[in-house]
Write a protein that binds this ligand. Structure first.
Ligand SMILES: [Zn+2]
Ligand SMILES: [Zn+2]
Length: 73
């Protein structure tokens, strides 16, 4: 599979992963790996953030969109 971002500019690079949000294939240059905090619901308490974070692969479009949503929240 080839990188979606590269194909938009007429290039052809091998993809290394997929965007978690839009499923676009992305090359090493265009992929972003962020860490997502894991929240657990605990009875009597409220929510706790677990020490290990999950990895989420994103394209720059979805990364920007999610960051914008987080700023508002
Ligand atoms: Zn690319
Ligand atoms: Zn995406």
């Amino acid at each position: 599979m080839h990188c979606y971002e590269c194909s938009e500019t007429g290039e052809s690079r091998e993809a290394v992963g997929l965007c978690h949000h839009c499923s676009a294939a992305l090359c090493a240059e265009h992929i972003f790996a962020i860490t997502d905090p894991m929240i657990a619901q605990v009875p009597l308490s409220k929510e706790i953030t677990l020490p290990k974070r999950a990895r989420v692969l994103l394209c720059r479009t979805c990364k920007a969109a999610l960051e914008q949503a987080r700023r508002v929240a």
